[in-house]
Design a protein around this ligand. Structure first.
Ligand SMILES: [Zn+2]
Length: 195
């Protein structure tokens, strides 16, 4: 496996989850120097018709946007793992890891929970993203193959390649978000109201 193909699978993971979530302004790019990136609009803008599915925990919009961001940034590494490429691309670890931790800390914060729970949030996100990417794997590979061949895909091309997909369920994340909100955030909110 060449680095170009490995990078294409990694970026296809990000791009396919972002597409499944419904973000706008999606674009996937492979760089000549061996890296790659995916551009996408604010995940919260994808929530309009979906918030009801993800709600039940505190500030609906902030929780949903953080869960979407976490899922999108996790998807590169998860796709690598599903393709058996763990350890092939150490150059991805820095940036993605920072973004994953940042999104998990954001989510924990909006739920009013202790920052120490961020790793648990990341594990829940990994479970959800793994399940969804496994289910959508043929679409991920179509996007990866085209990205490898064409170096750059816009949102319309990604949509055509991926075809109709179920929306990422994020059930595990949503359940943990609900329970953390009940345990920490809601209690804090009630305390503030009484004060
Ligand atoms: Zn990545």
């Amino acid at each position: 496996m060449t680095w170009g193909r490995a990078a294409a699978i990694h970026e296809a993971g990000h791009a396919t989850v972002a597409y499944g979530i419904g973000v706008r302004g999606l674009r996937a790019v492979l760089e000549p120097n061996g890296g790659g990136f995916v551009v996408y609009g604010e995940p919260g803008t994808a929530c309009a018709g979906q918030r009801r599915e993800y709600d039940g925990a505190g500030d609906d919009y902030a929780v949903t946007a953080s869960m979407f961001t976490l899922a999108i940034v996790l998807a590169g590494q998860v796709a690598q793992g599903l393709a058996g490429l763990d350890g092939h691309q150490p150059w991805y670890e820095g940036g993605d890891r920072d973004q994953i931790e940042g999104a998990a800390v954001d989510l924990v914060e909006v739920l009013g929970a202790p920052a120490a729970l961020a790793p648990r949030i990341i594990r829940c996100g990994e479970q959800d993203v793994t399940a969804w990417l496994e289910q959508s794997w043929p679409a991920v590979m179509r996007v990866a193959d085209a990205l490898h061949a064409e170096q750059q895909l816009d949102g319309a091309r990604i949509a055509t390649l991926a075809g109709p997909l179920p929306r990422p369920a994020l059930t595990t994340l949503q359940n943990v978000a609900r329970s953390l909100w009940t345990r920490y955030g809601a209690r804090r909110q009630r305390a503030a109201v009484v004060a």
